[in-house]
Design a binder for this molecule. Structure first.
Ligand code: PMP
Length: 405
């Protein structure tokens, strides 16, 4: 089946609007993707029909919310092929999921002199929580470098793994360069030294099949708002044997078994890590986003997005003095570039005035920019609802900006 993009776009009315009197071209999907009508309806249904605090009350609305909320846990379990539903924890997003692991795994397993291994191409949210942990525990953060094409130097990993390495945290896809990392190989390397692996799937979960059982990763994290779901929701997958040994991240309602001033005991998984009223409306919206993606079929998404990316690369390559960042064999979702000496902010501003949304700057990945000695890049990022005409317009607009400088 090939995608009927015209009818898909009708599910995203936001794409139809005009900005500055021009049809809007949204190419900042890696920052936040747009939300289909079924997701908005699912959330509207909560507020209009059954807005009750889950797990708490004995009344109809609370019970209905609880049932719908827990159904989404089963949906996520199937979507990522987690072995059990207890291993799926709802959070506010990728950032919170990583902070949860950095704090709780860190409390349980990381001591003075231990090491955490990350890559040079991580988003700040997969660097800073580990730095905070290392500062707290007097541990050391080590870094896997990448080469000038953006390829992670996986051959250096065995030497970087030591008897003190407690965890390896790596992104599946670089948000700044679109590079797809060989995570199966990385997991094998880490596991051969008994080092658990956290995968940041923020830029992968909606572009490829992420099967945690097949991958064998120990933790995997993602955000709803990048996969056509709402903001304020995301997931942490963690292996039960690790999560069971980790202390709670936040204290509050629902994460307890019994509270008294002489001592408190904690709830079982997954509730131990879901303190307080969760973003239940957004969780239910996330479930609808998964339904939407499943309806299209991930293989159709992969095929169309590859076609778009290849096309964008080909079209933009024709521009004089264009320089791409991320030129490996496996790229996904993102095309990052600079043209001549034009500052990325200038390029972004002019493109915006022509009705084209791209992201400019360091993309919360400053070490990537430092690697290339640049202040930032221009990043166009794609979703299955983008079309080739939009890429043509981007190419023309970039040429126009060039002619102005
Ligand atoms: N990791 C990667 C690879 C990302 O692209 C992002 C978002 N740009 C994050 C982590 C953080 O996600 P969030 O802001 O949704 O927590």
């Amino acid at each position: 089946m090939s995608l009927d993009i015209e009818s898909i776009r009708k599910d995203f009315p936001i794409l139809e609007q005009q900005v500055y009197g021009k049809p809007y071209i949204y190419l900042d999907n890696a920052a936040t993707s747009q939300t289909p009508l079924n997701v908005l309806k699912a959330m509207n249904d909560v507020y209009n029909g059954y807005n009750g605090n889950p797990h708490r009350g004995a009344h109809y609305m609370s019970n209905k919310t609880t049932a719908e909320y827990e159904k989404v846990r089963d949906k996520v379990k199937l979507f990522i092929n987690a072995p059990t539903r207890e291993e799926v924890i709802f959070t506010k997003g990728t950032t919170e999921s990583i902070n949860l692991v950095a704090y709780s795994f860190g409390e349980a397993f990381v001591n003075e002199g231990d090491e955490i291994l990350v890559s040079e191409m991580e988003h700040h949210s997969n660097i800073v929580p580990w730095q905070l942990l290392c500062n707290r525990k007097k541990a050391n953060l080590k870094v896997i470098p990448f080469d000038d094409k953006g390829r992670l130097k996986v051959e250096e990993i065995p030497a970087l793994l030591s008897s003190r390495t407690r965890l390896l945290a790596v992104t599946m896809v670089s948000n700044a360069m679109g590079v797809v990392n060989p995570v199966e190989e990385i997991i094998d390397m880490a596991h051969s030294k008994n080092v658990p692996v956290l995968l940041d799937a923020a830029q992968a979960i909606h572009h490829m099949k992420v099967d945690v059982e097949k991958l064998g990763c120990d933790f995997m994290v993602f955000s709803g708002h990048k996969m056509y779901g709402p903001t304020g929701v995301g997931c942490l997958f963690g292996k039960k044997e690790l999560l069971d040994k980790m202390p709670p991240f936040m204290g509050g309602g629902e994460m307890i078994e019994k509270v008294s001033f002489s001592g408190t005991t904690f709830n079982q998984l997954p509730y131990k890590f879901e303190a307080g009223t969760p973003n239940f409306t957004e969780v239910i919206g996330l479930g609808a986003a998964i339904d939407y993606l499943n309806g299209i079929g991930i293989n159709n998404v992969i095929a169309w997005e590859h076609e778009l990316l290849d096309y964008a690369r080909k079209q933009l390559s024709g521009i004089k003095n264009i320089r791409f960042f991320g030129e490996t064999e496996h790229q996904s979702g993102v095309i990052s570039f600079l043209v001549g000496n034009i500052h990325p902010y200038d390029m972004g501003m002019f493109l915006d005035k022509m009705g084209i949304a791209v992201r400019t700057g360091h993309h919360c990945a400053e070490p990537v920019m430092d690697h290339f000695g640049i202040p930032g890049t221009v990043r166009a990022s794609f979703a299955f609802y983008n079309i080739k005409e939009e890429i043509d317009k981007l190419t023309d607009a970039v040429k126009k900006v060039m002619s102005m400088f």
